[in-house]
Design a protein around this ligand. Structure first.
Ligand code: ATP
Ligand code: MG
Length: 310
């Protein structure tokens, strides 16, 4: 296994131009993308629809060739059959032949990785259990929901215990419980020492489980770094939530320029700086107001995404 500092994926100036249709129109899907994924981390790969995420993944997994640039997986230049054996891949919108069952599909993928006999059967079932589709192991795929097909595809990706998992939109089609289960599974894989490359639109998931993130826009990297670096900035404002506010105090705060608005059954007071927040808090407490919550607000990934990627 690679040491913790060693990059598992290195991408340098990777580009892909498709020639589309009869007139061979040029589509610059990926335009000189560079990033690194370190061993043992959960790496978030995000960007709006059509920004080039799947195209990068297809180049990394050897499904299509880059137009220019370089990339290595475990130090091997792509495409590398040797590196591919160490990867588990779950594609965007996985296709499972409608007449085979999750058990057959996962066993078939395991057989392609060289597993055989009782070990293959046991591992296939264990993977289906981990992704929560064991109860439907013998139903034909055409009778499975989108989320169950997604889980079957992820079961196939983890079966051979790969060191690197590449997951393209693994949460799509999953309900909130399913999303949490897949998030937990990704965290479990990380705890087992695996590296996870996670492409997703769900920024809250990236913020809650990833260490590093790269944001693409129109085929280019617009933001890259650890979440600590990107989101650890200054406090933008402080939210004070109170149970209720006497009219006189409300009017005084509004006259001073503070924003006071309903927040569910409570009242939200937005204060521009932390120094001002202390003063407001003192006044609230002196007036006998019950303070429910005080939270300093920093930029979150969604704010950053809206500012830089859209
Ligand atoms: N085979 C192809 N031929 C022509 N254009 C393509 C091809 N594959 C992708 N593209 C174009 O490349 C761009 C990037 O597509 P890609 O699928 O990589 O985006 P994505 O970031 O994965 O989007 P999404 O979030 O919707 O999955 C898009 O403009 C797309 O239309
Ligand atoms: Mg995609």
């Amino acid at each position: 296994m690679a040491s913790s500092a060693e990059p598992v994926i290195v991408v340098e100036g990777l580009a892909k131009t498709f020639l589309q249709g009869f007139f061979r129109r040029r589509v610059e899907a990926v335009r000189g993308v560079s990033f690194e994924v370190r061993s043992g981390e959960i790496f978030g790969f995000v960007g709006p629809n059509g920004s080039g995420k799947t195209t990068v993944i297809k180049m990394l997994t050897g499904l299509i060739a880059p137009t220019s640039g370089r990339a290595t997986l475990f130090g091997e230049p792509i495409p590398s059959a040797k590196a591919r054996a160490r990867i588990g891949f779950s594609p965007e919108n996985p296709y499972i032949y409608p007449y085979i069952t999750p058990r057959e599909f996962v066993e078939m993928c395991g057989a392609l990785s060289g597993l055989r006999g009782a070990e293959l059967r046991a591992r296939a079932m264990a993977s289906l259990e981990r992704t929560g589709v064991a109860y439907a192991a013998d139903r034909p795929a055409r009778a499975l929901s989108k989320g169950m097909q997604q889980r079957t595809s992820i079961a196939a990706a983890i079966l051979h215990e790969p060191e690197l998992l590449i997951l393209d939109e693994p949460m799509s089609g999953l309900d909130p419980v399913g999303r949490k289960e897949i998030r937990d599974l990704i965290l479990e894989e990380q705890a087992r020492g695996r590296t996870i490359f996670l492409s997703t639109h769900i920024l809250a998931d990236v913020e809650s489980i990833c260490q590093r993130v790269t944001v693409l826009k129109k085929g280019e990297v617009v933001v890259s770094g650890t979440l600590r670096e990107l989101l650890g900035g200054e406090v933008l404002h402080t939210d004070i939530v109170v149970d209720s506010l006497p009219d006189q105090l409300r009017e005084a705060l509004v006259a001073e320029g503070l924003v006071v608005s309903p927040r569910g059954v409570h009242v939200l007071i937005e204060v521009a700086s932390s120094a001002a927040a202390s003063a407001v808090l003192r006044r609230l407490i002196e007036a006998g107001v019950e303070v429910v919550e005080v939270s300093p607000k920093r930029e979150n990934l969604e704010d950053l995404f809206m500012r830089r990627a859209i």
